[in-house]
Ligand binder design. Structure first.
Ligand SMILES: Cc1ncc(COP(=O)(O)O)c(C=O)c1O
Length: 328
């Protein structure tokens, strides 16, 4: 999979003891290097992954070309459309035509689409689609001799919430195809307006033209994390990126409201002006965080700190008996 594919795949490979090969991007185009992807294939390769689009830069991988490789080597291609799955099917009708990214391509064997993202349904719901029933069956589990009766389960999650499924279905029915096309039209237009505005600000450049709803930028004039923290202080909660340094916005319906893009662009211009004219180049919290991360050669140490952070969350939030100590 390209290095930009979601860590959910790294996590799954770690759980299932699958060796994962991460294919680097072409540093100029920020698209996956297809020659390297081809070279990484071995007789043990059980799946190729492509994103539509990827989370960091919002780029749709060249799925047509990757599908050809998948067919040539007879390896199933999974398209992760978790982020774009409720935008990209509607882009043609919303006036933003796209190349095929789905089962129209012969190598694509499965796809994931998060209903809880641009499907606007509650978290805890998502969709996985297979090209045929035979592939879907690998996901099912059955046990014949349990004293509790015959057991069958369709997914990794055992007991699942009917409440969430009902809410998800109601949301799909509420928006309907027309509702999703309209939301897509507004979201994609807004992403393109932000991309145009940001790219016109001296010192900023787009990491890639936004294919869908994510706009990612960096700077060749200053540490981009200064801008990240400056915008954060003004109430904009964007996402910090690394390797290379950058930040992105994932445009949602809120950003399509009148005046929001203008405010974001005005706040960005103001922050950039301040950064460029300030004599004292004081590091901000995010700049220090990512700077330190890049300097630590042993990434397992960084992972240990992330796990410690999660652990301390559970400790402070769950251990009620320690309430007094925490307050103190
Ligand atoms: C592109 C992409 N793929 C996959 C996922 C799956 O994540 P999760 O493990 O939360 O289901 C996400 C979630 O943010 C995503 O953005």
């Amino acid at each position: 999979m390209p290095t930009t594919a979601h860590p959910a795949f790294n996590k799954a490979c770690s759980y299932f003891k699958i060796k994962l090969r991460r294919i680097p991007l072409n540093p100029q185009t920020r698209e996956v290097n297809l020659d390297k992807m081809r070279q990484a294939i071995t007789k043990n390769t059980c799946m190729i992954v492509a994103s539509a689009p990827n989370f960091p830069h919002g780029v749709i991988d060249p799925i047509g070309d990757i599908s050809k490789i998948a067919v040539e080597y007879n390896i199933p291609l999974h398209v992760d459309a978790c982020l774009g799955g409720f935008l990209i099917p509607f882009m043609d009708q919303a006036g933003f035509p796209l190349e095929p990214f789905d089962f129209r391509l012969p190598g694509v064997m499965s796809m994931s689409c998060d209903t809880h993202k641009y499907g606007f349904a509650p978290k805890g719901t998502s969709v996985i689609l297979y090209r045929n029933e035979q592939l879907r069956e690998y996901q099912f589990y059955a046990l014949a001799d349990w004293p509790g009766g015959l057991y069958g389960s369709p997914s990794i999650a055992g007991s699942r919430s009917g409440y969430l499924i009902a809410c998800c279905w109601a949301t799909l029915m509420y928006y309907g195809r027309e509702g999703y096309i309209e939301a897509t039209r507004k979201i994609i237009q807004t992403a393109r307006d932000i991309a145009k505005g940001w790219s016109e600000i001296d010192g900023l450049y787009l990491l890639h033209q936004p294919d869908v709803s994510v706009v990612a930028i960096s700077s060749d004039k200053f540490n981009i994390y200064y801008l990240f923290d400056g915008l954060h202080a003004k109430g904009w909660h964007l996402i910090g990126l690394q390797n290379p340094s950058g930040m992105h916005i994932a445009v949602t319906q809120i950003h399509t409201q009148p005046g929001v893009v203008d405010k974001l662009l005005e706040d960005t211009r103001q922050c950039v002006r301040e950064i460029l004219t300030s004599d004292v180049k004081k590091d901000t919290a995010t700049a220090v965080l990512y700077g330190t991360n890049q300097k630590v050669p042993d990434k397992s140490l960084v992972c240990d700190i992330v796990k410690l952070y999660i652990s301390s969350w559970y400790k402070t939030n769950l251990d009620v008996s320690k309430d007094d100590e925490i307050t103190n």
